[in-house]
Ligand binder design. Structure first.
Ligand SMILES: Nc1nc2c(ncn2[C@@H]2O[C@H](COP(=O)(O)OP(=O)(O)O)[C@@H](O)[C@H]2O)c(=O)[nH]1
Ligand SMILES: [Mg+2]
Length: 384
């Protein structure tokens, strides 16, 4: 049976944790029949002012087999999750982990649908406040709602993730195999802050084949005050912007490599013509040199994270690369010919940049990401 570990970070949550354990572990867990449910509390100690959250958990552990606790000096929310996730994978052998708050804002009855989506094949489930069925607390003033909504919208745009609606939620489920085990937790950005969420989401969505959003009714806090602050918000935006730029860096590299390919092509034509080669040979060899240059530079630079290695694989991929390049040739020839027929030969030079920018570049970028280096995952409906 699949094992799901709910990781719950706590920092002075003595007023909330007892009730949470009763509702989650005693009431909700037994309702989930087809997964083995565990709770892992990651408690950060508050020097001198600790409210005894850990003692309450240890008391609860005495009469229950599926609760665990990790306790340490306070290092921040991201670190708590990192420690928790490592422990859940290595020691508890979890098949999936969940992120969940201790303060009642994530109602325990919303755990079951998340687990169900995992059992139905989801690799990453996002507890979403901004899809039908989800909500933010009615008690929230307009300003707080606006900050949450627009903050989210901003991150959706910056990260180019318009299909996802809640990128800052703290209620999520991650499959270990193929998703969590692909992430280097020691290298998360801003691990001491709430901003860890954005990097973790970004990396998880990259590896997850099936991402689903499950409605979450986000509730007001039961007791005590939130630990979220303007500082946390700013660092969250910062992480989103850095990740967004990193994503576009790849496109910039792709463009640069394409430009170098163009220079190689032009130089080839120039030199081979001076050598007095047959016309078709000049073009064929110069074009192939550009293809070789594009393939090599993209492999070691643009797509270095997905670098193709090994002689046989390189040859295979290089043949594929030539085929997709032929596709570009066909597009350019067909659209160029049609365009000149429609508008007249005077438009030949004007058509070229349009064809390159609006058709060839997107086509190549798509092919490289989907077929050659496979850094994008196809959405499910393309698959059998
Ligand atoms: N272990 C640990 N837990 C934390 C820390 N900061 C916040 N938490 C816990 O993370 C959860 C979410 O924090 P909360 O203050 O409610 O943030 P909000 O829901 O965004 O307003 C709660 O269960 C907190 O107890 C921390 O530094 N360490
Ligand atoms: Mg909270």
């Amino acid at each position: 049976m699949n094992k799901v570990v709910v990781i719950m970070p706590t920092f002075n949550e003595a007023k909330n944790i007892g009730g949470m354990i009763e509702k989650l572990v005693d009431k909700e867990f037994p309702k989930i029949k087809n997964a083995q449910m565990h709770l892992l509390v990651v408690n950060d100690l508050s020097k001198g002012k600790d409210d005894g959250t850990g003692d309450i958990v240890r008391q609860a552990i005495k009469s229950r087999k599926n609760i665990h606790i990790l306790e340490d000096e306070k290092r921040g929310l991201g670190w708590a999750y990192i420690r928790g996730m490592k422990y859940a994978v290595k020691t508890l052998h979890a098949d999936a982990v969940m992120e969940m708050d201790a303060d009642g804002q994530h109602p325990p009855e919303f755990v079951a649908p998340m687990v169900q989506s995992f059992l139905d094949g989801a690799d990453y489930a996002i507890g979403s406040r901004y899809i039908p069925g989800g909500s933010v607390p009615k008690e929230w003033p307009v300003f707080r709602r606006a900050v949450s909504f627009f903050g989210n919208l901003f991150i959706r745009v910056v990260l180019l993730k318009p299909r996802l609606h809640d990128l800052t939620t703290g209620f999520r489920l991650t499959r270990v195999e193929g998703v969590l085990d692909k992430i280097d937790l020691d290298k998360l950005m801003e691990p001491s802050r709430f901003a860890y969420k954005v990097d973790l989401l970004y990396q998880s969505v990259k590896s997850a084949k099936k991402v689903v959003e499950v409605p979450l009714e986000f509730r007001p806090r039961v007791e005590e005050a939130s630990k979220f602050s303007t500082k946390e918000m700013i660092s969250t935006f910062k992480v989103a912007i850095i990740l967004g730029i990193k994503d576009k860096q790849k496109f910039f590299k792709f463009g640069t490599v394409g430009f170098i390919g163009y220079i190689v092509n032009a130089l080839g034509i120039y030199f081979f013509a001076r050598l007095g080669w047959a016309e078709w040979m000049i073009w064929a060899v110069a074009t192939e040199l550009a293809i070789i240059s594009n393939f090599t530079l993209n492999n070691i630079w643009t797509f270095k994270a997905e670098k193709i290695t090994g002689f046989i694989r390189l040859i295979n991929k290089f043949v594929q690369f030539n085929l997709t390049s032929t596709g570009a040739l066909v597009i350019q020839t067909v659209v160029g010919t049609l365009g000149v027929n429609a508008f007249g030969p005077r438009y030949r030079q004007i058509l070229l940049p349009f064809i390159v920018v609006f058709l060839i570049l997107p086509y190549n970028y798509l092919m490289y990401n989907l077929v050659i280096w496979r850094s994008w995952k196809l959405p499910r409906f393309f698959k059998k």
